[in-house]
Design a protein around this ligand. Structure first.
Ligand SMILES: Cc1cc2nc3c(=O)[nH]c(=O)nc-3n(C[C@H](O)[C@H](O)[C@H](O)COP(=O)(O)OP(=O)(O)OC[C@H]3O[C@@H](n4cnc5c(N)ncnc54)[C@H](O)[C@@H]3O)c2cc1C
Length: 317
């Protein structure tokens, strides 16, 4: 039983729910309560009724987070299931997706509707809600390049809407930078309108998506328990002579380095992997060791790209 009252819902609430199964790293302690809302109305009613003192954290598919071993206090919300995965083609080159839709599903749905320009999403193994928070991108395109508008709720249940960068409209404009957005921290994104940049034959776009995925599988440990790029590149894309995090980590001699069950991937050294029995503390300690070695030997202070959330085990003991 949680220390705070939980409003009635139509979706599901799991108390003291382990979060490890919901993250790519498969590590992390429990949430006091895990809420899986049935739909937007259920989410809004819950947020409005929940004691404002109770912290709320939203998780996508956990492909960019380390949930610490002590878990997350308050309520964790996941927008998963059939309703939250809905995607539809609007007119022309515009698509609408609910926040729980996988990036790959959005890329494929766009392709099937003959919309070009969203193929890059097939390389990102997260949800489209998570992609908004992280301004996810690859192959020269980022979420911000495609965003027409987004909708969601603030922590108090109020509705919020933003227009994409440079798009017309009365709503405030959402601002993004490299793997970052300045949208309010308490915003839960529920729905997005995205646009491609051209039309083409669906089979051609789908073939390009397959190629992108094959390229990924060759260069990244995508079958491992990982969280993608651990550190942001020190220079954003497009910078002349861009310094990349993996090269700095390699030059610092960290490829294959281990702490407990955590290892710097021998295949792509900006990826950390859980070799089987890693704790969140192992992963975080390894990341900090890599940062120290890169600073000492390469003179560059790496910035965590993976979000570390929740409490240390020692904070809950
Ligand atoms: C093998 C691998 C390869 C990867 N390659 C890339 C890549 O090429 N490019 C790239 O950019 N990333 C990459 N990533 C990282 C990751 O997939 C992206 O950051 C992705 O956008 C995270 O989405 P998610 O649903 O997993 O979010 P989560 O990891 O669950 O959460 C990430 C953040 O988003 C927030 N969030 C999630 N959902 C919502 C929502 N509905 N509303 C508001 N905030 C929300 C969370 O609170 C958290 O702060 C890779 C990861 C892996 C494992």
């Amino acid at each position: 039983m949680t220390a705070f009252p939980l409003p009635p819902v139509r979706g599901k609430i799991l108390e003291n729910a382990s979060l490890a199964p919901y993250t790519w790293f498969r590590v992390g302690g429990p949430a006091d309560a895990l809420f899986l809302p049935a739909d937007e109305e259920d989410l809004q009613a819950f947020l409005t009724a929940l004691d404002p003192a109770v912290p709320v954290t939203v998780l996508g598919v956990g492909s960019n987070v380390i949930v610490r071993d002590g878990g997350i206090r308050g309520v964790v919300i996941r927008l998963m299931g059939k309703y939250w995965g809905q995607i539809e083609a609007l007119d022309g080159i515009t698509m609408q997706a609910r926040a729980g839709a996988l990036d790959l599903s959005v890329a494929k749905a766009a392709a099937q509707n003959g919309v070009r320009g969203l193929e890059f999403l097939s390389g990102i193994p997260g949800s489209i809600g998570g992609a908004t928070r992280t301004n996810a991108g690859c192959y020269g395109r980022e979420l911000r390049d495609t965003l027409v508008a987004l909708h969601g709720f603030r922590r108090d249940g109020s509705k919020a809407a933003y227009r994409g960068p440079g798009k017309p409209g009365a709503q405030p404009e959402a601002h993004f930078s490299y793997r970052h957005t300045d949208l309010p921290d308490d915003l839960i994104v529920t729905r997005l309108i995205l646009e491609g940049n051209d039309t083409d034959a669906p089979e051609k776009i789908l073939a390009d998506i397959e190629q992108l995925q094959a390229r990924r599988a060759e260069t990244q440990p995508i079958k491992e328990k990982t969280s993608g790029s651990t550190f942001a590149n020190p220079d954003p894309p497009g910078t002349p002579d861009q310094r990349s995090a993996w090269k700095l980590i390699d030059a610092a001699g960290c490829r294959g380095l281990k702490v407990g069950g955590a290892q710097v991937s021998p295949k792509h050294c900006n990826f950390l992997i859980n070799t089987g029995d890693a704790t969140a503390a192992d992963l975080e300690a390894l990341g900090e060791l890599v940062r120290r070695r890169v600073l000492e030997t390469q003179g560059v202070e790496l910035r965590w790209e993976v979000r570390r959330i929740g409490q240390l085990a020692s904070e809950t003991a």
